[in-house]
Structures are given as structure tokens and as C-alpha cells.
Design a protein around this ligand. Structure first.
Ligand SMILES: Nc1ncnc2c1ncn2[C@@H]1O[C@H](COP(=O)(O)OP(=O)(O)O)[C@@H](O)[C@H]1O
Ligand SMILES: O=C(O)C1=C[C@@H](OP(=O)(O)O)[C@@H](O)[C@H](O)C1
Ligand SMILES: [Mg+2]
Length: 176
């Protein structure tokens, strides 16, 4: 059972916050919220269009407001976007309002999983490898800093990853 109010998924793009998050929510019988989906629904447009029309700063402002709102719910599984941890106030919100579960993944695996993805603005354009390496350098230490527990992704399908993540969480909750 989940003794803490919320479960927050953080980690790099393509780590599986959205996909594994849904599996975790279904397993524990908790509502699932994906911050990016909520932002798109509320704004009536796509993340890519928000970046285009308002710049990254506009998206970050919306991300901050949505995180503040949804993290106040009780007993949800919430998938953040990979950049949500960059703002210190967001890290504070995540640490103080739930269990922070980091899903890790390395650049090689990200390139493989996201090879057909054309909608994520932070990795759009040339030199995707370089962009991912840069993001990893800037952000990985922030995920690790706020994480209550860390799941290390490997080259495996979601059907193998999800039960591993559940087993890790179960062990964590038994100890806390
Ligand atoms: N072992 C795995 N764990 C998580 N996602 C995986 C795995 N293997 C493949 N994928 C795929 O990687 C893609 C990116 O996952 P996604 O949930 O969108 O990541 P995030 O929300 O963290 O950016 C999805 O298409 C997902 O099906
Ligand atoms: O890396 C980032 O800053 C972003 C990651 C995306 O979420 P995923 O982590 O689900 O790709 C989404 O929030 C937005 O495109 C910005
Ligand atoms: Mg996602």
C-alpha cells in the first residue's frame, strides 16, 4: 500500500514517466495524472504549439502553475515532464507533497526509444544525441537530489519494466 499522499514521477525524457506511470496507477488503484496532458487540455493546444507561440518560458510558467495545483491532490500518481525539476520551487513542491520516484535512462536508450518521436520540442532539430547529453548533464543530478527512490531503466520492454518498478516501490514502502 502507498502510505504517502502522492507518487511523483521524475526523470529524463523517454524514461517512461508517462507510460510506466499509467501502469503504476492501475496497479495501485490510484488516479493517474500526466502534467503535460493536463496542460494541453487546459490550453486547448499541444506542448509543441505552446513552445512555438509562447517560448519555453511560457511553457515553464504553465508547468509551474499546473504542478502547484495538481500536487495538492491526494493519492494520485503524477507524471511530470522532464524539465519540471529545473525550477527550485518545483523541486520543493515535489519533495514536500509526496514520494518522488525517479525513472532513470541513459542517452543510448533514449535515442532508441524516441527514434520515431517528432513532437518533443526540447529534442527537436539536429544533433539529438548532443541535446540529450546536454540535458542529462544539466538535469540528472537534480532528479537524484530530490528522489526518494531511483529506478534504473534498461533495454527492456514496458511489460518487463513495469513489474520491476512495482517491486522496487513495494520494497520502498515496506521500509517507510
Ligand atoms: N522499458 C521501458 N520503459 C519505459 N518506456 C519504454 C520502455 N521501453 C520502451 N518504452 C517506450 O519509450 C517511449 C517513451 O516513454 P514515455 O512514457 O513517453 O517517457 P516520458 O514520459 O518519461 O518522456 C514510449 O513510447 C514507451 O512505450
Ligand atoms: O525535457 C523537457 O523539458 C520536456 C519534456 C516533456 O516531457 P517528457 O519528459 O514526457 O518528454 C514535456 O514536458 C516538454 O516537452 C518539455
Ligand atoms: Mg511524458
Amino acid at each position: 500500500m502507498n502510505p504517502s499522499p502522492n507518487l511523483f514521477l521524475v526523470g529524463p525524457t523517454g524514461a517512461g514517466k508517462t507510460t510506466i506511470g499509467q501502469r503504476l496507477a492501475a496497479h495501485y488503484g490510484l488516479p493517474f495524472v500526466d502534467l503535460d496532458v493536463e496542460i494541453e487540455a487546459r490550453c486547448g493546444t499541444t506542448i509543441a504549439a505552446i513552445f512555438e507561440n509562447e517560448g519555453e518560458a511560457g511553457f515553464r510558467a504553465r508547468e509551474r502553475a499546473h504542478l502547484d495545483e495538481f500536487s495538492l491532490r491526494n493519492g494520485i500518481v503524477l507524471a511530470t515532464g522532464a524539465g519540471a525539476v529545473v525550477a527550485p520551487e518545483n523541486r520543493e513542491i515535489l519533495m514536500s507533497r509526496g514520494t518522488v520516484f525517479m525513472l532513470g535512462v541513459d542517452v543510448e536508450e533514449q535515442l532508441d526509444r524516441l527514434q520515431h518521436d517528432r513532437v518533443r520540442p526540447m529534442i527537436a532539430g539536429d544533433d539529438r544525441r548532443g541535446r540529450l547529453e546536454h540535458l542529462a548533464h544539466d538535469r540528472n543530478h537534480l532528479y537524484e537530489e530530490i528522489a526518494d527512490l531511483i529506478f534504473r531503466g534498461r533495454h527492456e520492454g514496458v511489460d518487463d519494466a513495469a513489474p520491476r518498478a512495482i517491486a522496487l516501490l513495494d520494497r520502498h514502502w515496506k521500509r517507510h
